[in-house]
Write a protein that binds this ligand. Structure first.
Ligand SMILES: Nc1nc2c(ncn2[C@@H]2O[C@H](COP(=O)(O)OP(=O)(O)OP(=O)(O)O)[C@@H](O)[C@H]2O)c(=O)[nH]1
Ligand SMILES: [Mg+2]
Length: 487
């Protein structure tokens, strides 16, 4: 991959040099546009990435899923709308956070979009954090980049710029997070992207996600496993329209642990969803493979226990309940020995004792329980599906993007060349030929009464385009023109 990308970086560099040459000869307006486009392409070719977007309605559990994938609580999860900007996670030898802010103009657009409705929640929340006093400092703020050796400090900074409780977060356009500990199961070229809810009350934010989807190489759509209503179906339809290939889309029924009986209820629900998704996937086998009910929250809790970290007793109860629904027995009994031991220590707290006992059993049965969360199945489906040919896809992306730039540049260059050649032919032709060219121009403008002026205009236009290199020919023509058209 590195060699191929270096070759494309070189090609992009060659294009840029060619632009500089053309720029010296003429100043066509498209050159600036192309220079910018090739610059962006070069950045991509220098560091090609395969983008995996996590999208869905607000509160679907997107951030919780990303935390499960990343093995750390990096993104803010809350019961109230939380993710307001694109948050990009990628591998990096050093941990870092890069924050891009909205320009003043973009902030004004967001504000207008957020306060369109008279009783805007956004405006109220903004007032609650005294947002007005942040505007001057943060709208249009220059990009910030900080490096971190400690993951805890990195988390604090992420929270500062992404949590809806902070004033700054309103002005953040994009957060990029570099992680030295990137999940083993993901290729290094992958970037994971957390997105604002597709149904965010602020249209400006939901549009960020809609636009982003078409750029992503793979999309994970999170839909609360309990609710597949018309709204979610519309969302899914939009995602399929934007992405095109069903192979690149995984649909996750999230928070599946909240079913009374997670396994059985999800199986039933899945059959129901399949009726809707069949039309979108157009391939029943692929649909069944890419539609998975997951319990990210439970997965992360068990992983924490496995890593020797503690979790609240209420979460132990949640896991025990989840286990029961999956026919894994975590008894609600405390052994006699434990009670006697606690009595010796003079502290018999039955709830605590039960949690401790259950925690031990959960750890013993961790592998089975993790499998029931379906997160491992989701990782497999991601690797076998959308990520399977990520390197080939990236290579195709590099080639395709380069070719489309090259083609457009070529076409535009050919247009300019043809127009210059035409002018040079006329300029160096005989008087008769010039007369005939003028006559031809005259034909083109025959419906216009001021034809003579138009002919002159068109020659003025030509004169502008023809550069100093043919200056001498032009001056000869000027005098000859005078003879022909008398100006
Ligand atoms: N029980 C359970 N709760 C979950 C699960 N996933 C998410 N939640 C809870 O659902 C709420 C929303 O989760 P988030 O991950 O913040 O959802 P989100 O889609 O990122 O939300 P926004 O960024 O605000 O749009 C939080 O209170 C989570 O703890 C899950 O698998 N099981
Ligand atoms: Mg979120």
């Amino acid at each position: 991959m590195a060699n191929q990308s270096a070759a494309f970086v070189q090609k992009a560099g060659e294009l840029q040099n060619a632009f500089k040459e053309v720029q010296k000869l003429f100043q066509p307006d498209f050159i600036n546009r192309w220079t910018k486009e090739v610059e962006q392409y070069k950045e991509f070719a220098e560091n090609p990435v395969f983008q995996v977007a996590v999208v869905g309605a607000i509160k679907a559990g997107k951030s919780t899923l990303l935390n499960a994938m990343l093995g750390e609580e990096l993104t803010s999860t809350e019961v109230t709308p939380e993710t307001a900007s694109l948050t990009i996670f990628k591998y990096s030898p050093e941990n870092y956070v890069k924050v891009k802010f909205l320009s003043r103009l973009e902030w004004d657009e967001l504000w207008a979009s957020a306060t369109k409705k008279a009783d805007s929640i956004f405006a109220k929340e903004f007032q609650n954090v005294n947002g007005e006093r942040y505007v001057n400092e943060w709208a249009g703020h220059k990009e910030i980049e900080e490096k971190f050796s400690s993951i805890e400090k990195l988390k604090t900074t992420i929270k500062r710029y992404s949590s809806s409780k902070s004033g700054e977060h309103y002005f953040v356009k994009e957060l990029e997070i570099g992680l030295s500990q990137f999940p083993d199961f993901l290729p290094r070229e992958i970037v994971l992207v957390d997105t604002p809810g597709l149904d965010d009350v602020v249209p400006y934010r939901s549009e960020i996600t809609t636009h982003y989807i078409s750029r992503a190489n793979a999309v994970i759509v999170c839909v609360n496993a309990k609710f597949l209503a018309n709204e979610q179906y519309v969302t899914l339809t939009k995602v399929f329209e934007q992405v095109g290939k069903g192979k690149k889309i995984l649909v996750l029924g999230t928070q599946a642990d909240t079913f009374q009986n997670p396994k059985r209820d999800w199986e039933k629900q899945k059959l129901e969803w399949e009726k809707y998704l069949e039309d979108l996937y157009k391939d029943p086998a692929l649909m069944r493979k890419n539609l998975i009910g997951v319990s990210s929250y439970i997965f992360s809790l068990i992983k924490k226990l496995e890593a020797g970290k503690d979790i609240p007793d209420t979460d132990i109860t949640n896991i025990a309940q989840f286990a029961k629904g999956n026919e894994i027995n975590i008894p609600s009994l405390v052994s006699k020995e434990d009670i006697l031991k606690a009595a010796e220590d003079g502290n018999v707290d039955m709830d605590r004792l039960l949690a401790r006992t259950q925690k031990k059993i959960i750890k013993e049965k961790a592998a089975d329980l993790l499998a029931c969360t379906n997160i491992p199945a989701f990782f497999n489906a991601l690797n076998d599906g959308p990520l399977q040919d990520s390197t080939v896809e990236l290579q195709n992306d590099l080639t395709y993007k380069y070719q489309s730039i090259e083609n457009e540049v070529k076409n535009q260059a050919l247009d300019v060349k043809a127009s210059i050649e035409e002018q040079v032919t006329i300029l160096s032709g005989t008087v008769e030929e010039k007369e005939s060219a003028i006559r031809q121009k005259g034909e083109e403008f025959k419906n216009l009464s001021k034809y003579a002026t138009e002919v002159e205009d068109s020659f003025t236009e030509m004169r502008k385009k023809v550069n100093a290199a043919i200056e001498d020919v032009k001056s000869k023509l000027d005098s000859e023109l005078k003879k022909v058209v008398g100006v």
